[in-house]
Design a protein around this ligand. Sequence first.
Ligand code: HEC
Length: 148
Amino acid sequence: MKSKLIFILALACACTGKTNNSESGEETTHSEDVKMEQYLVEGQKLYGIHCANCHQVKGEGLAQLFPPLAKSDYLLQNVDASICGVKNGMSGEITVNGTTYNQPMPGIPQLTNLELAEIFTYVTNSWGNNNGMITTERVEATLKECGE
Ligand code: HEC
């Protein structure tokens, strides 16, 4: 009896989600929209814990020390290198939106592929960035390329 009720509630919930998202007119299916929404929510939390100290809450960066992620030409052109950089660390000179940065970013090796997918979906789809979803499969393939 109880489990049937939960099932009906879950269904009702899924349908409400559908009407909310249907106006985008994009060719994504309903379940992809829901997944993207979840990634954005989780990604925002993880960003607050792991990244905002340096890159700031709105991804605007900090002076010459920490480059911006908002509308970062580097990030949007180097998503794979950025995923590797967050997992394993990044150092050496890079240019972001015409400004040169050269400060090492410590890696965060304990982040799982799912967490990285959520974080990167969030940062590449916030603050004016609009790059689409980053899947765990993409993260897994990317990390294989950059090794440990
Ligand atoms: C301790 C400070 C610090 C933390 C925490 C940090 N970063 Fe960075 N990040 C840096 C620095 C410094 C650079 C520049 C590295 C260089 O000069 O080679 C950088 C570079 C980057 C870049 C490439 C440059 C750009 O702006 O597009 C991305 C993307 C990035 N970080 C994302 C993240 C994400 C996502 C997180 C959280 C999971 C994170 N960083 C956490 C300091 C930090």
